[in-house]
Design a binder for this molecule. Structure first.
Ligand code: AHR
Length: 329
């Protein structure tokens, strides 16, 4: 299927007709340079391949597109916002039917989103939010509530130290600076731990959601701060890198330093079951099937929900042992 290149005036007229007819961008009026095989073309700009979560997310999107008969134009931004903006502009030039993307960072999207809107191409935010005030620039946002994830991490810690009076030194490995999960997981966690004045975040630095960065940042934390009680890592990969640093420093992860992470990918769950991590807040990467449903509806001009929330749980060490044999990612 190909997409029209509507001028603003023509768009207004066509929209009126489309609304009356109850359909959108998939009638026979298409013209342009996209594919003409009757399939919906989805342009998807992925953040990169920074973590196990991201790899699972990419697989889910690619497999679901194939299963749904959607022609997926996939672009890997390698962690750079400028690459995502270029990819989105290319999708607009190609006249794809729908654009979806997982924004590397929250800010700086208004101009390119306006260009997509002007071209009549619906945009669906996947996994991560943008901070645009004009929410008409995108049709829907599918993904987790990262603030709630941070709160769940904080709640576990509060319970873990219930009735104890000693100071608790916490180090935090943040995700990519300026990204929605880093901002929100920090916010939710801080909100909850504020209830216990003994909790102190003594160090907080980005590890960019990467295992190698988690390791090097944890090494510096261990050198500068000998009495670390708790590590809160914004994802499993950074936590796993930090475990290497903790072991190399002669300490026992999960015992000498309690570790909380987010994601619940297989490697993280294995470390949890092995006692090296104490608690994981799940963040599901399996967004593909729901995304493809939204893409089909958006292409057909149907109303779609502005927010689609992912259902998620948490895992203790015992729960990880039970869940591991059937874990999909
Ligand atoms: O946006 C989701 C986050 O991005 C995941 O928690 C993290 O692992 C990934 O890189």
């Amino acid at each position: 299927m190909v997409r029209r290149n509507w001028s603003a005036a023509a768009l207004a007229g066509v929209l009126a007709v489309s609304t009356l007819a109850g359909c959108g961008g998939s009638d026979g009026a298409d013209s342009g340079s996209g594919n003409d095989d009757g399939k919906i073309t989805l342009g998807f700009s992925q953040v990169g391949a920074e973590s196990g979560w991201r790899t699972a997310n990419t697989k889910s999107i690619q497999e679901s597109a194939t299963a749904a008969g959607i022609d997926l134009q996939f672009s890997d931004a390698q962690g750079k916002q400028e690459n995502q903006i270029t990819a989105i502009r290319n999708f607009i030039t190609q006249k794809v039917d729908v654009i979806a993307f997982s924004p590397v960072v929250t800010s700086g999207w208004d101009a390119v989103l306006q260009e997509a809107k002007d071209a009549g191409i619906p945009v669906i935010l996947t996994d991560r939010a943008v901070d645009s005030q004009d929410t008409s620039l995108y049709k829907s946002f599918i993904g987790s509530d990262f603030v709630v994830e941070g709160q769940k991490a904080g709640e576990w810690l509060i319970k873990e130290y219930e009735g104890k009076t000693e100071p608790v030194n916490i180090v935090e490995l943040q995700g990519t600076t300026g990204s929605a999960p880093a901002l929100d997981r920090q916010k939710g966690f801080q909100e909850k731990i504020a209830a216990n004045p003994n909790f102190k975040i003594v160090k907080s630095q980005t590890g960019d959601f990467k295992r190698a960065d988690g390791k090097t940042v944890m090494e510096t934390f261990l050198q500068s701060t000998p009495d670390i009680d708790v590590l809160y890592a914004h994802n499993d990969d950074m936590g796993l890198g930090a475990i290497e640093a903790i072991e190399a420093a002669g300490k026992k992860p999960g015992t000498d330093i309690k570790i909380i992470t987010v994601d619940a990918v297989k490697d993280g769950m294995t470390a949890l079951a092995d006692g090296k991590i104490n608690f994981i807040v799940e963040c599901s990467p399996l967004l593909g099937p729901q995304l493809m449903d939204l893409v089909k509806k958006a292409d057909a001009g149907e109303e779609i929900p502005a927010r689609v929330l992912t259902e998620e749980t948490t895992f203790t060490q015992e729960q990880a042992k039970e869940a591991l044999p059937t874990r999909q990612y």
